[in-house]
Design a protein around this ligand. Structure first.
Ligand code: C2O
Ligand code: CU
Length: 454
């Protein structure tokens, strides 16, 4: 276990205070700027943009079956909007400027209100200029509790990030063509709940529900747990019918979530969540452990399923998505706003990526579906970089090599030169964005959409 020198001291932390909702009570969230100590104490503080002057924003918590009502007030110097990532909600509440709503201008507000059919681990974040606004801190966890939550001793949310700060504490600037055309904006500081390696004390033998969320702009986290045994019980909010034993390495791409149910089994005085980097493993969160040794529990926890919309693969409408562009990718040309442009021209307009030969959101959807119809999308990553493709409004399954369907997800990672196929039932009417969650890639062209007609 190593700790990076520049990052120095370890800040003790308490849990982010959760806020519970009575059914339909309205909550305000104010998007604005504030200053917060992000770097170690001997460095300057940082001007962060966040919700309710807290970074990350407050943990919003509601119960499955309830209605969530949030008024977002914009006290930022630029327009914003809020997307409730992974929720299968009413399309008009999805928070995508230009597709589902107008941006919220500075000084204005927007009333979000939607039903919560699913339990699980979600998050909310700005969906306007998101490469910049999410990086500056406009995100927070959104936890929907089961009507009958499983019995655990601790329920801990870790929203992970990597922010790029200068040594004077400022968020590094955003006019960086390298970020747009390469892997995206990779940070220089790992954060869990806005802090460097925070501490959460645990007792030996405790069962912990650990909710991992990635709010990173582009980094694909490779994580490991040390000191725990247990299971992966949900991915992207959706319970696994067959929980998987905790593997040595967890891949967490931008926007993805992993719910773990783990028991504190170590005899050491500390347990860890580790991020594996090229030069070794670093603690991103640690857990001081106390109490006498205990035998590990044996029971395997299974979460109750969320509503299921079966996929009719045999009759699914099919589409393909060719992902092109980026450095070392050799994209020659693409259409932008109806105009065929060469790579040079595209670059001069900040465009570096194309989906099916189109840079930026096209006028026509990738798929035009009727509600209840099934669809499949085969994707080919013809680039030198990984992409985390996120579909709004529904969860999909990967169509595995043997034809079976994988677990439900809302964001899927495609490594360079990989091909993957996803399938879903279009049960939720509306216009749904489908884009890369490497936020620089989205800004530089990687976004399309699907239409589901009622
Ligand atoms: Cu989490 Cu379109 O986003
Ligand atoms: Cu991408």
């Amino acid at each position: 276990m190593q700790r990076r020198e520049f990052l120095g001291s370890i800040a003790a932390a308490s849990l982010i205070p959760g806020s519970s909702f009575a059914q339909s009570s309205r909550r305000r969230l104010i998007a604005g700027a504030h200053r917060q100590q992000i770097l170690p104490a001997d460095y300057p503080d940082t001007e962060i943009w966040s919700f309710d002057a807290a970074f990350p924003g407050p943990e919003l918590r509601a119960r499955q079956g309830d209605t969530l009502s949030v008024t977002v007030e914009n006290a930022l110097p630029q327009s914003t909007s809020v997307h409730w990532h992974g929720l299968r909600l009413d399309n008009t509440m999805d928070g995508v400027p230009g597709l589902t709503q107008d941006p919220i201008a500075p000084g204005d507000s927007f009333d979000y209100q939607f039903a919560l059919p699913d339990a699980g681990t979600y998050w909310y974040h700005s969906h306007a200029k998101s490469m910049e606004q999410v990086e500056r801190g406009l995100y927070g966890p959104l936890i929907i509790d089961e009507t009958d939550p499983p019995d655990v001793d601790q329920d801990i949310t870790l929203i992970l990030d990597d922010i790029r700060l200068e040594r004077d504490g400022t968020v590094a600037n955003f006019d960086n063509f390298h970020d747009l055309s390469h892997a995206g904006r990779i940070g220089n500081l790992w954060l869990a709940n806005g802090q460097i390696d925070p501490a959460y004390p645990l007792k030996r033998g405790e069962r912990v529900r650990l909710r991992l969320i990635s709010a990173a702009n582009a980094r694909v986290f490779r994580l490991g747990l040390q000191g725990f045994d247990g299971w992966i019980v949900a991915l992207d909010g959706m319970p696994l019918s067959d929980p998987q034993a905790l593997p040595d390495e967890l891949i967490l791409a931008p926007a993805q979530r992993i719910d773990l149910m783990v028991d504190v089994t170590t005899d050491e005085n500390e347990a860890f969540v580790i991020t594996f980097e090229r030069d070794g493993g670093y603690a991103i969160t640690h857990f001081p452990i106390s109490g006498p040794s205990v035998a590990a529990r044996q029971d395997r926890p299974v979460l109750p399923p969320n509503p299921i919309y079966p996929i009719d693969l045999a009759n699914a409408r099919a589409a393909t998505l060719l992902i092109e562009g980026g450095a070392m990718g050799g994209m020659r040309a693409a259409r932008l706003n109806g105009e065929e442009l060469g790579a040079r021209e595209l670059a001069s307009r900040g465009m570096f990526w194309a989906l099916n030969g189109v840079a930026g959101r096209p006028d026509t959807p990738l798929l035009d579906l009727s509600s209840g119809e099934s669809a499949r999308i085969g994707m080919a990553n013809n680039t030198a970089f990984p992409h985390a493709m996120h579909l709004h409004g529904v969860h999909f399954s990967e169509v595995l090599a043997d034809g079976r369907l994988g677990p439900l997800r809302d964001t899927i990672l495609l490594n360079p030169q990989e091909t993957r196929e996803i399938a879903f039932q279009a049960h939720n009417p509306g216009d749904w964005l489908f884009h890369c969650h490497m936020l620089a890639h989205h800004q530089a062209g990687m976004g399309t959409w699907i239409r589901v007609s009622a």
